[in-house]
Design a protein around this ligand. Structure first.
Ligand code: GRF
Length: 202
């Protein structure tokens, strides 16, 4: 399967996917990295790995026009699966429909808790004792699509936002490659509103 990764920033999850995809048995290849920001650190990481990059600035474009430009770039690269990795723009309904069952996102909380911004600080504020990362299929509602994989980490009494975010990020780097492997191999697929797993899926 051919994968396009959408980023807006440093791209550490992108790097975890690039590294996982180097395994000879990995069922997906990253063929394009798209960013809405020209200064996203992840673009350099992709270039270093020999992966094509493309910047489409959202400035001055309507959400629909921006998403149309992204769909065009992804189609041109023959992308089958889209992975959002720290991509900080909401997708239009048209974009979500274009990749139904073929678009993943990672969120630094144990969904359905703490959708949206600053989930790590909100987990601390809520007094949660466990936090984590979730990879889910993208649906029209933000951070609300069917869950593919999750990883939990402890939330320690001494944690501030940075400490917890770092612990969650390390888990993100494990769980995103796993989820992409599941989807790209067909071991996990979207059926209606549910994820169906093959009998031998982990
Ligand atoms: C990650 O925590 C991701 O879950 C969130 O934004 C952050 C992106 O980090 N959506 P990176 O760009 O992958 O390093």
């Amino acid at each position: 399967k051919r994968v396009g990764v959408l980023i807006s920033g440093r791209g550490s999850n992108l790097v975890s996917l690039i590294e996982a995809a180097r395994a000879p048995d990995f069922p997906a290849e990253i063929v394009l990295v798209l960013s809405n920001k020209a200064d996203a650190g992840g673009l350099q990481r992709a270039g270093d790995a020999g992966i094509a990059t493309h910047v489409i600035s959202h400035k001055g474009l309507s959400r629909e026009a921006f998403d149309e430009a992204m769909v065009a770039a992804l189609r041109e690269a023959g992308v089958d699966i889209v992975c959002n990795a720290g991509f900080m723009r909401l997708h239009s309904a048209v974009f979500v429909r274009a990749w139904h069952g073929r678009q993943l996102n990672i969120h630094p909380s144990l969904l359905p808790s703490f959708r949206g911004l600053h989930p790590q600080q909100r987990a601390i504020d809520a007094g949660a004792r466990i936090a984590g990362a979730t990879v889910h299929f993208v649906s029209e509602e933000m951070d609300a699509g069917p869950i593919i994989a999750q990883g939990a980490v402890p939330l320690l009494p001494t944690d501030d936002e940075d400490a917890l975010s770092a612990r969650i990020l390390a888990m993100e780097h494990r769980v995103y490659p796993l989820a992409l492997r599941l989807v790209a191999s067909g071991a996990a697929r979207l059926e209606g509103e549910r994820v169906v797993f093959a009998d031998d899926a982990p």
